[in-house]
Ligand binder design. Structure first.
Ligand SMILES: *[C@@H]1O[C@H](CO)[C@@H](O)[C@H](O)[C@H]1NC(C)=O
Ligand SMILES: *[C@@H]1O[C@H](CO)[C@@H](O)[C@H](O)[C@H]1NC(C)=O
Ligand SMILES: *[C@@H]1O[C@H](CO)[C@@H](O)[C@H](O)[C@H]1NC(C)=O
Length: 621
């Protein structure tokens, strides 16, 4: 009898785990995920319930209190501890308080590259209860004004090196009564104030808490710009509630106060600002801030600063894998890489070359209401579909018609769910816990991201614009963006925005912009199929000057294809799929083709020679 009991127990001990592993290979992973989700929810709810009210800024103040002497920001040879960072931001806050034209709570726009001042200024404004618009420092003239205006900012704070870009739009800003502050000691342009001196002279005592007593969970915290589906960039409103939920998610990424985090992505994007900046604050880590990503300096920096956590986007990983191999490739302390968009081949290559780094791939968007985390570390996937996740945040993939550029509908006008293994458009139900706040002052664009009548008449979903695939083991993979945006050099390019700009040029009538794939490049390279204005001649030089003055480098179309007419669909949407497939091979395309040439500052005819040089990588795009 005893023998049976013992052997049964032994058998269970050995067989059950084996059976589970065989028949439910991801059971353990899923159990862990439930734990992660519960921790996120618990954390979020606990933070929301705190009194006095708790916002993202309070997390920083907590860390400052506990880790005052600990380095927070390392920037080149400069080091700022948590305490010093706090004082620097107090000085900016106090200087702002004495600034005519500024009042606590006013929305301010920050136009600055990656540097410690960016973070000091954000913290200062948070202490004064001011929402901050994070302007992309690559934008100029019309785009800059548009971005500034779409969040109704009353103050512009700019880095010294961006003075010229500010001067460009100064007349309009002055007309609107905007206060323009330059982070420089001197400035002799009327209408732009030198702000650094004031900051240096200001006291470093904390501004009164009452100055931000108006802030609630619904108050805007930051505006982050996204190149969305159409038109100029849109300001996604990130409210305090959303920052709190981001903090809760980030707290499960496993960063600790011992970690040194390498932040090399722009702070004006969600990846740098939320994941990088708040990721460091959440657990009191040290941030090594880099002005710009550099593939050749990446590992040297990691060695120099003892970096343990790095951030990436797909392009970063690819560029790193493309650098010449070195003997010390594995000589570093990096244990974790957090980011999104790395392709399976690059992921494998990265691990093979740089050693055992945990890659934490996630999927999220600035304004979206759905996210995934590849907690299982499945190569190539962005995450895993889990019933609990789906219960909390109902989402599904629906069949998408890439020709018509819209979701397919059945006879009842409802969307059709994509089957397992099939690519579909990710849509996520808009609910109280998965809200979609939308874009500042842009009802139209906000409406466009909503999808109705998905499963039932009258239901309401957020349209991510991303095509995904779920495999039979429930891992979810990112496939592509739908028609009107593509990614290039880590930035989203809105095709309609580019085509609007092209059709404002002297010689082009209409332009259909899309992205084509080029071997060896992540993302897609911008191309435009355009028609020439009646009685006008195509002028590559003039078009080049026009494009350069209106579009940031990553959004400029590299190729132009001249056509006699732009093809449109039944619903007057431009046809892109066929053009994308046809690419830019001059041997196959009869239409005149041009390629951008930055040396001669013009669009020049695309010859077969140039074509093969691009394919072989001799010409860089
Ligand atoms: C800089 O600002 C201070 C006041 O903050 C002013 O007195 C000074 O003249 C300014 N200098 C220049 C060169 O603009
Ligand atoms: C990060 O900080 C949170 C508290 O904010 C804590 O619950 C969590 O355990 C920390 N994580 C690590 C890995 O230290
Ligand atoms: C990096 O770590 C090494 C060994 O642990 C130490 O000697 C060095 O001072 C550290 N460097 C920095 C910048 O912290």
């Amino acid at each position: 009898m005893e023998f049976y009991v013992i052997s049964t127990i032994l058998a269970s001990v050995f067989i059950i785990p084996y059976a589970l592993k065989t028949f439910f290979p991801y059971l353990w992973v899923d159990v862990q995920y439930v734990g992660v989700l519960m921790r996120i929810l618990f954390k979020y709810v606990a933070n929301r319930r705190r009194t006095p009210p708790f916002f993202a800024l309070e997390r920083f103040l907590e860390r400052r209190a506990a880790l005052s002497e600990k380095p927070f920001i390392v920037f080149g040879d400069e080091i700022y501890t948590y305490g010093e960072t706090d004082k620097e931001s107090n000085k900016i806050a106090n200087a702002l308080l004495s600034q005519p034209g500024y009042k606590p709570g006013f929305t301010a726009a920050l136009f600055m590259g990656n540097e410690p001042s960016f973070l000091f200024t954000w913290l200062a404004l948070a202490k004064l209860g001011s929402p901050v618009a994070l302007l992309n420092y690559n934008i100029r003239s019309k785009s800059l004004l548009h971005c500034f205006n779409c969040c109704k900012a009353k103050v512009l704070i700019a880095a010294a090196e961006l003075k010229e870009a500010v001067e460009d739009v100064l007349p309009s800003l002055r007309e609107q009564g905007v206060t323009v502050l330059l982070m420089a000691k001197t400035c002799d342009t009327p209408g732009i104030e030198n702000f650094s001196e004031k900051v240096e002279e200001a006291l470093d005592t904390p501004p009164s808490l009452s100055l931000r007593s108006h802030v609630t969970l619904k108050s805007p915290a930051v505006y982050i710009y996204t190149s969305g589906t159409t038109g100029l960039p849109k300001a996604a409103l990130v409210d305090q509630n959303r920052l709190l939920s981001a903090l809760a998610v980030i707290s499960t990424y496993g960063m600790t106060s011992k970690d040194v985090v390498y932040v090399n992505l722009p702070l004006y994007h969600t990846a740098g600002f939320v994941v990088g900046f708040f990721g460091c604050i959440e657990n009191g880590s040290t941030m090594v801030l880099k002005r710009k990503f550099s593939a050749s300096q990446f590992w040297d920096d990691c060695r120099k600063y003892n970096v343990t956590v790095v951030q990436y986007i797909g392009e970063v990983m690819r560029y790193l894998c493309c650098t010449p191999k070195r003997d010390n490739d594995r000589d570093h302390k990096v244990r974790l890489a957090i980011g999104n968009g790395v392709r399976a081949e690059v992921w494998k290559e990265f691990l093979g070359r740089f050693g055992d780094v945990q890659i934490l791939e996630f999927y999220a968007s600035t304004e979206g209401n759905i996210g995934f985390l590849n907690y299982a570390g499945k190569i190539g996937a962005v995450g895993r579909v889990h019933f609990l996740h789906q219960m909390l945040f109902p989402f599904l993939l629906v069949k998408y018609d890439t020709e018509q550029d819209e979701p397919m509908r059945d006879a009842d006008g409802l969307c059709i769910e994509a089957s397992k293994g099939e690519t579909g458009l990710l849509v996520s139900k808009i609910t109280d816990i998965a809200p979609f706040v939308g874009y500042a002052l842009n009802e139209d664009q906000t409406e466009r991201k909503k999808l109705r009548n998905v499963l039932k008449k009258g239901d309401l979903y957020f349209n991510t614009g991303d095509l995904m695939r779920i495999d039979k083991n429930n891992f979810i993979y990112f496939q592509d963006r739908v028609g009107d945006t593509f990614r290039w050099k880590g930035e989203n390019v809105a095709t309609t925005e580019v085509s609007d700009i092209l059709s404002m040029s002297n010689c082009l009538q209409e332009a259909n912009v899309y992205g084509v794939q080029v071997p060896g490049h992540e993302g897609r390279v911008g191309m435009a199929a355009a028609t020439v204005k009646k009685d006008a001649q195509f002028d590559g030089g003039k078009l080049y000057e026009h494009v350069v003055s209106y579009l940031p480098s990553y959004a400029r179309p590299r190729f132009i294809r001249l056509q006699s007419a732009v093809e449109v669909t039944g619903t007057f949407k431009q046809m892109k799929v066929k053009l994308v497939e046809q690419g830019f091979d001059p041997e196959l395309i009869q239409d005149p083709l041009y390629v951008i040439d930055d040396c001669v500052r013009s669009y020049v005819p695309l010859t077969s020679d140039i074509y093969s040089s691009i394919l072989s990588g001799r010409i860089k795009l």
